[in-house]
Design a protein around this ligand. Structure first.
Ligand SMILES: NC(=O)c1ccc[n+]([C@@H]2O[C@H](COP(=O)([O-])OP(=O)(O)OC[C@H]3O[C@@H](n4cnc5c(N)ncnc54)[C@H](OP(=O)(O)O)[C@@H]3O)[C@@H](O)[C@H]2O)c1
Length: 386
């Protein structure tokens, strides 16, 4: 059986012949909907009314809030949501220009930008109260003058989870980090673990996501290797083990979690197909650049002192805490109940297969003509070249 809805819009037509216009009912059909277009959210019991096929100009019926949308992962997630016609509420705190790329990711009126301060609880409530899913992508790798690790990774996470619980938001997905562990020597990893605990206390069915190092155009590790390829200071003799994962795979996984009932109250660790040492990553990048990356190993105390001086003015990304993290291997959790990309049906890809488009622009312009012919590539280390 099909349910047919007839929508009436616009002013009623009037009869032009009469002196005094007579109003007649306006009954022109603009769309037709069926039972299959109307679903009821399993947790909130709110109706979800779809319109159109999929695409930016359709309506998925979902309203989703994304905190931290102005960051690296945020743009990929918002793009995925916008592409399905989902209304996305984006709380932001940055300059006008830093969030304008998000606006065209959805149809007119579908991307709702809200100015907010994460320390203002009422503004958080305003941002989540109409949503049926919330993503918290807020995180900071380094402390700033106004926010320390605790404020961003724990206090803000707790407030968002509490606001979701109080306003009855049916789904919350919280971003943590692979290797998050209480008592870690890295403040970032320690506070991320505390943040996970705070979120679970406030919102027990939240989904916790711990990605490995994200790889994409905006990736900090790739930019650092590319920009400083003539002289790259490193620590730990490049022996840290990392689990890079393509940012597009993570965005896809986050998108799927919104509707997967199985993802409730679960922890996901999202990482790529293989572990690499930092030296492997550099070798693969060298193959793509077709140029040797010159590294010099700096002792940990000296690197920490130098980055401590530079972090507030010149290069905050490489903070002393980041240096500390370069001595901590990214190892997936041994617990069996922790899920991975494979549990969502996503096949994780290797770093060498995904990295090429993200760093190709660091090659000398003359080399672009060489294309991707592996026979013409020089190889550094044991990894296959392009
Ligand atoms: N990138 C990685 O390799 C990686 C690895 C593991 C885990 N993660 C986690 O995954 C999540 C997303 O990562 P990402 O790379 O997209 O991070 P990102 O590029 O650093 O973006 C972080 C986002 O958080 C927001 N934010 C930071 N401090 C804030 C504050 N005090 N108040 C309000 N907003 C604040 C930023 O807003 P502004 O733009 O206004 O600063 C930005 O939108 C984060 O939780 C991160 O810790 C990332």
């Amino acid at each position: 059986m099909s349910l047919r809805l007839t929508l009436c819009v616009g002013p009623s037509p009037t009869t032009l012949s009469a002196r005094r216009p007579i109003r007649v009912p306006s009954l022109y059909t603009i769309t037709q909907r069926y039972n299959s277009d109307i679903a009821v959210h399993p947790r909130s019991s709110q109706p979800i009314v779809r319109a159109g096929l999929t695409g930016r100009s359709s309506v998925s019926g979902h309203v989703v809030t994304v905190f931290g949308s102005t960051g690296f992962l945020g743009r990929y997630l918002v793009n995925r949501l916008g592409k399905k016609g989902t209304k996305v509420v984006l709380p932001y705190r940055c300059h006008e220009d830093e969030k304008r790329h998000l606006k065209p990711m959805g149809d007119l009126g579908q991307i709702v930008l809200q100015d907010y301060d994460v320390r203002n609880y009422d503004q958080i409530v305003d941002a989540v109260k109409y949503s049926d899913a919330v993503y918290n992508l807020i995180g900071r790798n380094y402390p700033t003058k106004n926010f320390n690790f605790e404020a961003v990774n724990v206090a803000a996470a707790r407030d968002i989870a509490r606001a979701c619980a109080e306003t009855g938001v049916p789904r919350l997905v919280h971003l943590s980090a692979l290797g998050a562990q209480e008592g870690s020597t890295s403040q970032f990893l320690h506070t991320k673990a505390l943040g996970e605990r705070a979120v679970r206390e406030e919102y027990p069915t939240a989904t916790i996501v711990r990605p490995g190092t994200l790889i994409g155009f905006e990736s900090e590790i790739l930019s650092r290797i590319g920009v400083f390829r003539k002289f790259l200071p490193v620590v730990n003799h490049n022996q840290q083990i990392v689990r890079p994962v393509d940012v597009a795979d993570v965005a896809l996984a986050l998108d799927m979690m919104m509707t997967e009932a199985d993802s409730e109250a679960q922890t996901y660790e999202l990482y790529g197909a293989k572990p690499y040492t930092h030296q492997d990553i550099i070798n693969i990048c060298s193959n793509v650049f077709r140029e040797k990356v010159n590294t010099v190993n700096i002792p940990k105390p000296i690197m920490k002192a130098v980055t401590g001086l530079l972090q507030y003015w010149i290069y905050p990304q490489l903070s002393p805490d980041q240096v500390e993290r370069m001595f901590i291997d990214q190892v997936p959790s041994p617990h069996k109940n922790v899920k991975t990309l494979a549990d969502l049906g996503i096949e994780p890809r290797t770093f060498e297969l995904t990295v090429l488009p993200y760093i190709r622009h660091f090659r000398k312009p003359a080399l672009n003509e060489l294309g991707l012919d592996p026979k013409k590539a020089r190889t550094f280390g044991k990894h296959p070249s392009y």
